[in-house]
Design a protein around this ligand. Sequence first.
Ligand code: ZN
Length: 285
Amino acid sequence: MSEAAGTTGAETLWVVGLGGVDQSVLNTVSEAVTEQLPFDVRHHPDPVGTDGLSDESIDEPYDGVTLARYAALQADRDAVLAVTDIDIEHPDGDTSYGISVLDGSLAAVSTARLGDPDDERFDERLRKEAVAHSAHLLGLSNCWREGCVLRRADMLSELDALEETPCESCRADIEAATEVEAAERTERDSSTASNAESGNAVTHDLARTARFWRAIVTYGFSLLLVFLAVGGALNITGTSFPESDAVAFFALLGMLVLAWLVYRRLRRGLGWLWHRFRSTVFGLV
Ligand SMILES: [Zn+2]
């Protein structure tokens, strides 16, 4: 929680209070995350008010991601763990103790369903939710292992049965995620600094290689689609492929261009599909 921590390579996570949460609640959250995860946890000085949330009643469960985004905007911070007393729900309407954008920068935990604040389990539950949802920001999905803090808990009894720590496997994933994160940041920093070739080229090269192969595979698939479509059309109409070399050449050229157009559509469509897939199936945890 210090300025110096920023130089250790840990990513900064801002704990932002939203609504009527006590400082002690925020302290509990940041202590837990600092203890369990490689984040440089900082407090946004003042809790964010709920005045800007007038479009929907905050007496009803409120969309958790919207709340987190609102807190991030109000606090003007990039990576935010919002801590609120407002009851939160997933976009599908399920109420929740917390929500986070997988591998993203927005998470929220709510004290609304954690029971009586005087109950000693209240703090434990809050700590577990804070750790789990901050870990999701590092890209970790829910874990099936008994006791792991990243195991899904829909009821307080399930939450109470969890440890406050990630299991060994999740711990390894956290380490790996942190290394990738640090490499990416170094890459970003150095490319911003030099505005030229990156000094740390590993991540850069990996990303470029992945993009290159994705393009090749997608174009190959587009070409296959065009060939199949043309083949099908020729079959149906009973036409044979032109025998003249010149005509065949232009027909092939036409198909390559057509494949390029399909590729561009496909690339956009795949990107859209992927984002939908990630947000509906894996994105929000
Ligand atoms: Zn685990």
